[in-house]
Design a protein. Structure first.
Lengths: 111, 112
């Protein structure tokens, strides 16, 4: 298995909802990343996990809560989001903290 | 240059034309330059990773060059095909395995 998968592909949620995004890879990569991408903007790094430990948090609001339950799985828990959080959320993994392999993303809409 | 900048923002070419676009980046604390191709509704796909000044990489009809002293990279596509239509992202990486910093991308449309 040589790909990064993300579920769901699309998610619509209200500002009071709690939801989670899921990312999975079975390539043995030890670095995993969450990015946020808004239209016509570059992907912006949110979090980096290194060997299942959070190593970088780019000052992301606490309404986004990452979790790495094991080396293959990365979750992003969402609670009390705002409409401006609507974006494409990309997950990536890396074998060497250099080249990154991306998932197809989850398109999130917050109403 | 403080950020990673890509130009043009978008580009329309006829099938069979060759084309190129630019990625400019800060030359200080440079470690690597990455190019990705991102087709709509798919995952960004890694094309090249380059680290040395003067590096040239080629993959089929696509090639890239790197100038770390002046802080730019060119991506070339020879004989563009409709399947080349995508957004081409570049990203830089500083030393110490630091995270990638992306440009906004160049959106290429190849018209048959």
């Amino acid at each position: 298995d040589t790909e990064v998968t993300q579920t769901p592909k699309h998610l619509v949620m209200g500002m009071t909802n709690k939801k989670s995004l899921k990312c999975e890879q079975h390539m043995g990569h030890r670095a995993m990343y969450w990015y946020k991408q808004k239209a016509k903007k570059p992907p912006e790094l949110m979090f980096v996990y290194s060997y299942e430990k959070l190593s970088i948090n780019e000052s992301v609001p606490s309404r986004f809560s990452p979790e790495c339950p094991n080396s293959s799985l990365l979750n992003l828990h969402l609670h009390a989001l705002q409409p401006e959080d609507s974006a494409l959320y990309l997950c990536a993994s890396s074998p060497n903290f250099n080249e990154q392999f991306f998932g197809p993303g989850t398109r999130l809409t917050v109403l | 240059i403080l950020n990673v900048e890509q130009s043009p923002q978008s580009l329309h070419v006829q099938e069979g034309d060759s084309t190129n676009f630019t990625c400019s980046f800060p030359s200080s604390n440079f470690y690597a330059l990455h190019w990705y191709r991102w087709e709509t509704a798919k995952s960004p796909e890694a094309l090249f990773v380059m680290t040395l000044n003067g590096d040239e990489k080629k993959k089929g009809r696509i090639s890239a060059t790197l100038n770390t002293k002046e802080g730019y990279s060119y991506l070339y596509i020879k004989g563009s095909q409709p399947e080349d239509s995508a957004t081409y992202l570049c990203a830089t990486q500083g030393s110490g395995n630091t995270p990638l910093v992306f440009g906004k991308g160049t959106r290429l449309s190849v018209i048959a």
